[in-house]
Design a protein around this ligand. Structure first.
Ligand SMILES: NC(=O)c1ccc[n+]([C@@H]2O[C@H](COP(=O)([O-])OP(=O)(O)OC[C@H]3O[C@@H](n4cnc5c(N)ncnc54)[C@H](OP(=O)(O)O)[C@@H]3O)[C@@H](O)[C@H]2O)c1
Length: 347
């Protein structure tokens, strides 16, 4: 009788695991591997139940999910904005580690466009985790609705982890962060300061090639951070459980103003690059003359008025805490960029 009861329980448990296996698209081998250490899991579940006050069955189920997820991490990772400044590096590093990666962007197949929800489903198909870099910025009006819709679809499609790139000091972006935190799956939030690579892979490259950086907020101290460091933290967050439920604030090791950055680039390139201070209105007018769209000007206004008001004028050691090494200094980034020939004008 006792034996039958135990067999019944075993069968019910087995059915439950099998249903779970199919819904999570795990191979029978992966499940067999989990079951091999069943006894050990029983003990761990008891400990978990005792420490967290859950009942034993609930704790065991929780543990099974965690263990299944560990195996799923060996599977597919979606990198949104995977051709951009952080995404490209994250995709390359993951691929280098032998992970299966899908890049999401408008130019990929299948295409992914934040502005067209119909493109999301195919890109999410078969993915287990996602690195989210939103466009143009989590603080823009409407971003939270888009993130809400995206995260619910991601959860529905069976994803188990989201790593979100956010902007340091952007209160509006924190609404989106909270949506990711509340989605019911594992998450890590990576809040970054201004990227070094804005000077070599973005809107500040052309002014450097032309010999003059003209910007507002020339005196604000900012801890510019390298996207290589951000990518390393993101990769660790995607692959290692200890980063679940963490918010990281990533900065470089040194506070610099745009004026000082200009001097650093001048020194590294050996060229005379000038800094011209502008008011925010002068800067926006200059961008308007270059036919920059009004919604981008809204973002410029927000970033230069609110975020660059000095609130981020402090460094953190989160990069060192996660990676066990110092964050890259701007001078090292400048040396590498010079060596790559990126700041050499065409003639
Ligand atoms: N730049 C900084 O200093 C900084 C600092 C902190 C936080 N952030 C945050 O980092 C995120 C990325 O910003 P970023 O300026 O550095 O850009 P980025 O990652 O270099 O962005 C380019 C990437 O986004 C893709 N993309 C552009 N528009 C898209 C759209 N509508 N739908 C889907 N993919 C799109 C591009 O590919 P396709 O063109 O092929 O679509 C490309 O892969 C933003 O959320 C920003 O707020 C930036």
């Amino acid at each position: 009788m006792i034996q039958n009861k135990s067999r019944d329980m075993h069968e019910t448990e087995h059915d439950a695991i099998d249903t779970h296996r199919v819904s999570l698209k795990l191979s029978p081998t992966a499940v067999a591997l989990h079951l091999r250490s069943k006894l050990q899991r029983r003990r761990m579940a008891k400990d978990l139940a005792e420490t967290q006050g859950n009942d034993y069955k609930c704790a065991r189920f929780h543990l099974t999910l965690k263990i299944n997820y560990k195996h799923m991490k060996e599977n597919k990772i979606l990198v949104l904005g995977g051709t951009g400044k952080t995404g490209r590096r994250v995709a390359e590093k993951l691929t280098g580690l032998g992970k299966a990666v899908r890049v999401g962007s408008r130019s990929e197949k299948p295409p992914f466009d934040w502005e067209n929800q119909e493109t999301w489903n195919d890109t999410l198909e078969g993915m287990n985790a996602v690195y989210i870099t939103f466009q143009p910025d989590l603080a823009v009006p409407g971003a939270s609705e888009t993130i809400e819709a995206f995260t619910s679809l991601a959860v529905k499609k069976g994803l188990q982890k989201m790593v979100l790139l956010s902007g340091r000091g952007e209160k509006e972006a924190q609404v989106c962060e909270q949506i990711v935190m509340d989605a019911g799956i594992d998450w890590t939030i990576v809040r970054a300061s201004w990227f070094n690579q804005n000077f070599s892979e973005s809107f500040l490259l052309d002014p450097i090639l032309a010999g003059q950086i003209a910007l507002p907020r020339g005196e604000t101290l900012e801890p510019f951070v390298d996207t290589d460091d951000i990518a390393d933290v993101v990769v660790a967050s995607l692959l290692e459980d200890q980063h679940d439920g963490k918010i990281y604030e990533l900065t470089g090791p040194r506070l610099l103003t745009f004026k000082q950055i200009t001097a650093e680039i001048s020194k590294a390139t050996g060229r005379d690059i000038k800094f011209k201070p502008l008011s925010i209105d002068e800067y926006k007018n200059m961008l308007r003359e270059h036919q920059i769209p009004e919604d981008f000007l809204w973002l410029i206004d927000y970033l230069f008025t609110e975020v660059l008001d000095g609130r981020n004028s402090s460094v953190t050691d989160d990069i060192e805490k996660v990676l066990g090494r110092k964050a890259k200094d701007f001078s090292e980034y400048a040396r590498e960029t010079v060596a790559a020939g990126i700041w050499e004008p065409a003639n």
